[in-house]
Design a protein around this ligand. Sequence first.
Ligand SMILES: [Zn+2]
Length: 106
Amino acid sequence: MDVAKYKAILTERQRELHGRLHKIEEDFEQPRNPDDDDRAVERNNDEVLEELGEAGQKELAAIDAALDRIAAGTFGTCVKCGDPIAEGRLDVVPHTPFCQTCAAAI
Ligand SMILES: [Zn+2]
């Protein structure tokens, strides 16, 4: 398995997410328009931003853990059953800690 390839993908994705989360935080800090008729719309946008941030943070945590596994030499091994994770699966979700079988059982 070409661990260096996944490390490059994960590092790049980590950088991208850091940038996106930073941008979301900046958007939250923008002052609100006090007499805005579109307040409902504004709130909806906020919810989207919030969700994006949460999903991004979860992915970021998973990526951090995957990079830890690369450093520990256990990357590509399912953390639950110890079976190797198929490379086809890692190509789609390189940060996954689970093989297909265990992921389906959660
Ligand atoms: Zn497994």
